[in-house]
Write a protein that binds this ligand. Sequence first.
Ligand code: ATP
Ligand code: MG
Length: 318
Amino acid sequence: DSLGPTVTIGEILVEIVARQTGTGFREPIDLIGPFPSGAPAIFIDQCARMGGAAAMVGVVGDDDFGAVNMERLKRDGVDTSAIAVSADYPTGSAFVRYRTDGSRDFVYNIAKSAAARLEWTPHVEALIARCGHIHVMGTVFASPAAWAITERAIPLIKARGGTMSLDPNLRKELLAHGQTEEKFASLVDKADLLLPSGNELFLAAGMDGEERAIEALFKRGVKEIAVKRGEHGASARQSTGASADCPGLIVEETDPTGAGDCFGGAYVACRRLGMPLRTSLEFANAAGARNVTRLGPMEGAGTRAELEDFMARTARRS
Ligand code: ATP
Ligand code: MG
């Protein structure tokens, strides 16, 4: 951590959630929000709440939705010096409605919002020059501007001895677009730490079978892999042979959005603070589980004390 903060680059949004499950937004329904959101913003907020030095590159609009995000990130200790306020574009937004089967309907305003207007400013330059770790999320493939800044920042951070983590956050359909597959492979090759969920481990390795995939990724230079297993918890493996497994905590799922991002934020913070593999995994597992108990994508992000308290009073799956 002494090398400088963890930085992530990408979209900052507000999320507005339908109170009742159902399909789409074609008739008037009860909504609740705005909640601060955007996968990178959720990640970095949890990272800071855990006590990790944290910074973000992003853009919000000069409006209340932007203020909702700026205030939350600042409150939780995120360095917002490289978050720009656009005078011309509104803050990005996502309206979300859950269907009864757990799938989601969205109405997005991201691609034409402030969230897509990232630029390499002097503030970004100054921040990247003092960061010790960069966390890249799969959502970067949806934004050419975020991709350009990420590509430029990685070698700068690595050149000063910094490290990189990657949360693939990918759906198979996304990989088919443009050069995403090659870009994704190039990120995997640069990553020190990988945080896959579901079949992302196999997509990253280009093969099936958990053990085989993990070994293949270690051969490509990845040093550590934290596998997310939803309600079943998570596992961590190091190329040195060390490993840890963690059963899921038994929680009532109110809002599944943001679990993976909170898991990542806590995991990266703990590891960079020098905590052992198992302790870091336990905190990350608790951060993901706690977040699903709250309505709103980052409302359940927890401080170290809150996560310790949560672990102490939550049963584990056997
Ligand atoms: P997202 O849906 O946000 O993209 P993800 O697929 O990246 O998430 P998940 O595996 O869903 O990641 O969640 C990350 C971690 O959060 C899990 O590994 C687990 O530790 C915790 N977690 C998520 N959902 C639950 C749950 N229902 N019960 C207990 N723990 C959970
Ligand atoms: Mg994910």
